[in-house]
Ligand binder design. Structure first.
Ligand code: HEC
Ligand code: HEC
Ligand code: HEC
Ligand code: HEC
Ligand code: HEC
Ligand code: HEC
Length: 454
């Protein structure tokens, strides 16, 4: 133990040296860090390091091809740059591996330089350890700054106040202890024990109210903290999970101006606004196999990345883009659900998107009530058409539903209400004279528990 301690500096230096030399041995032909970036941007749509996806696992591919096929890096360069050309040249292994993977096309990467490819190969040979904690923290910080939610500030306040209270209590105990010690010192040794007992009870007599008071305050603070915490359970404003296909609403609903309801077509018929099936994607992507909108790319993403994501639609639907036919080999895409009300809540899209449409448009789009496009959806879901990755734009709590029902004026001219409230209309106007006879959703039952709860 002692000798380890004495030598730990040397040991650390030795370990450091060992690591850096081994890294430089592996990395001598390329920069695995840069390779990782390129790999993630261009290859992860079809390849993983340690398992087969659309294409084979690529960890240690240089060594594997060397030993199994006697192929060097120059072959890999040719293959990665343009596998089609290499196959067309009659290369034996290129055609073998293509057959083996049922003639699934790998993309061509004419834009990758020789150095880029060396970097990627260095990454497959010696992948650096992942750093998930760092990016998570950054994401969380981003989410936090983008929508500073009240829960974070209230919880920090509670924590700070509790800590202050505890600090106060500690100072108080310290002062009392010092007094005790002083008392003890002033007496002679023989009477010490007696004095201690006496002074303890004296002090207790004198000060127990303060102590009890402080404990009571702490208990109240703790209760307040727990209450706050309970109130915010299940509130996920800003929730923004990664999805299996990088599908961008900004590109589809924003840039391309595709109507929300073209994809979420069930919203107007019922309760759930479904995520479109892959067939809906294929209506367009049967012909759009590449991303060519060069004027819009997210920073850090390039054409090859988007192309790879579109390829995933073909992998999911089993579409062979070369032969222009379905192979029948489908694989489901598992989207992560973002919005999810508790089971005891009844929320119906059609009620809002059809019956409530004009009411919501009138209230959220005062400037231009004739512009109906997407307004209803955005009233609740925020500016989805500016989001590359969907995130929850509101807190979706009961208070949020109620707030809107209290302030949104019902559209008495829509077919349904006109029919239903023919006779009720005047009565309601008399009954709800606030704001000059405005009839808001609460007047037609929008605050009744049974309307929103099973
Ligand atoms: C669209 C899917 C797709 C993308 C994107 C893709 N590949 Fe491939 N890759 C494949 C398939 C499929 C194969 C198997 C051979 C075939 O069917 O052509 C393959 C084979 C390979 C092989 C041969 C491996 C072996 O074991 O023989 C290498 C090396 C390779 N890919 C590297 C890359 C690199 C590097 C990138 C990124 C720059 C990349 N691939 C991007 C689909 C893809
Ligand atoms: C081209 C098809 C398409 C269009 C157009 C589209 N969406 Fe989506 N939407 C999807 C897909 C696919 C998902 C699932 C992946 C995701 O969350 O990004 C989704 C997810 C969502 C979600 C999250 C669902 C959940 O899990 O809770 C909301 C909310 C949403 N869309 C609203 C809208 C709104 C509002 C518009 C119009 C501004 C719109 N969408 C336009 C395809 C589309
Ligand atoms: C109404 C036509 C249409 C539909 C439906 C559609 N897309 Fe697209 N998609 C496009 C267009 C247009 C582009 C941009 C192509 C360009 O500008 O070169 C695109 C681009 C993409 C891209 C690359 C950019 C990005 O968003 O990351 C992906 C991935 C994609 N679509 C996935 C999907 C998926 C998944 C679906 C089904 C849920 C779908 N698309 C449905 C028209 C459509
Ligand atoms: C009045 C508010 C409101 C409006 C308007 C609204 N949504 Fe929603 N949306 C919600 C709520 C609440 C949920 C969660 C529902 C659940 O979990 O049962 C949701 C969920 C979704 C989902 C996930 C699937 C589901 O139904 O659970 C999608 C996709 C979606 N909305 C799209 C849309 C689109 C597209 C529009 C416009 C046509 C729209 N929404 C209009 C409040 C709204
Ligand atoms: C953007 C404003 C808005 C939000 C947010 C909103 N609603 Fe509504 N809601 C309306 C409007 C407008 C109507 C009236 C539709 C009509 O005219 O029949 C309505 C009607 C209803 C009704 C039918 C009431 C009745 O008596 O006919 C129910 C149930 C309902 N909403 C549930 C919910 C729930 C649950 C939530 C929260 C998850 C919610 N709403 C959030 C605007 C909103
Ligand atoms: C406009 C729709 C609406 C009406 C009306 C409504 N609720 Fe809710 N209620 C909700 C929603 C949505 C949630 C879930 C909120 C969440 O998940 O954060 C909820 C949650 C609750 C909860 C669980 C505690 C909580 O805050 O999560 C209770 C209890 C509850 N409601 C009771 C009632 C009672 C009692 C009434 C009648 C006075 C009522 N609700 C009327 C929409 C409504």
């Amino acid at each position: 133990m002692i000798s380890w301690r004495k030598h730990y500096r040397q040991t650390l230096i030795a370990i450091g040296l060992l690591l850096s030399t081994s890294a430089s041995i592996y990395g001598q032909d390329g920069d695995p860090k840069n390779g990782e970036k390129l790999f993630k941007a261009n290859c992860t749509a079809c390849h993983a390091l340690d398992k087969q996806l659309v294409g084979p696992a690529l960890k240690g591919v240089v060594a594997r091809l060397e030993t199994e096929q006697g192929l060097g890096k120059d072959w890999l360069h040719k293959w990665i740059k343009n596998n089609k050309e290499l196959r067309a040249s009659g290369d034996k292994y290129a055609n073998e591996v293509f057959e083996k993977f049922n003639k699934t096309e790998m993309l061509v990467f004419p834009n990758l330089t020789d150095k880029d490819i060396d970097d990627i190969l260095a990454y497959t040979t010696n992948p650096p350890a992942p750093e998930p904690a760092k990016t998570d923290a950054k994401d969380a910080a981003n989410a936090g700054s983008a929508n500073a939610t009240p829960q974070s500030t209230t919880t920090t306040n509670v924590v700070i106040i509790s800590l202050l209270a505890i600090a106060g209590l500690l100072v108080w105990i310290l002062v009392k202890l010092r007094q005790l010690v002083k008392l003890g010192q002033s007496e002679d040794l023989a009477g010490l024990n007696e004095t201690r007992v006496k002074s303890f009870s004296e002090i207790y007599e004198k000060y127990h109210y303060i102590g009890k008071g402080l404990i009571a305050i702490l208990a109240l603070l703790a209760a307040y903290g727990v209450w706050n915490w309970i109130m915010w359970i299940g509130v996920y404003k800003g929730y923004k999970p990664e999805q299996p296909i990088y599908f961008s609403h900004k590109i589809h609903a924003g840039e391309q101006k595709i109507d929300c309801q073209l994809c979420h077509s069930s919203a107007k018929y019922g309760k759930v606004s479904e995520i479109p099936s892959m067939n809906v994607c294929m209506n367009c992507h049967r012909t759009i196999s590449e991303y060519n909108a060069e004027h819009y790319m997210e920073p850090g993403k390039d054409k090859a990345f988007y192309d790879g994501e579109i390829q995933k639609i073909y992998a999911a639907t089993g579409w062979d883009s070369e032969k222009q036919q379905y192979t029948g080999k489908t694989q489901p895409v598992e989207w992560t659900r973002i919005h999810n009300m508790p089971d005891f809540v009844y929320f119906n899209h059609a009620q809002h998107v059809v019956a409530g449409e004009q009411a919501i448009i009138n209230s959220f789009n005062k400037k231009n009530p004739n512009n109906k496009i997407d307004v209803v959806c955005k009233a609740c879901h925020g500016k989805i058409d500016t989001m590359n990755v969907v995130q929850m734009a509101n807190d979706f709590t009961m208070g949020w539903c109620i707030e809107c029902h209290r302030t949104t004026e019902v559209d008495m001219n829509n077919g349904y209400n006109k029919e239903y409230f023919k006779n009720l209309h005047d009565k309601l106007k008399k009954q709800y004279p606030k704001d000059g006879g405005k009839i808001t959703v609460d007047a037609i039952g929008g605050l009744e528990c049974g309307k929103c709860h099973y």
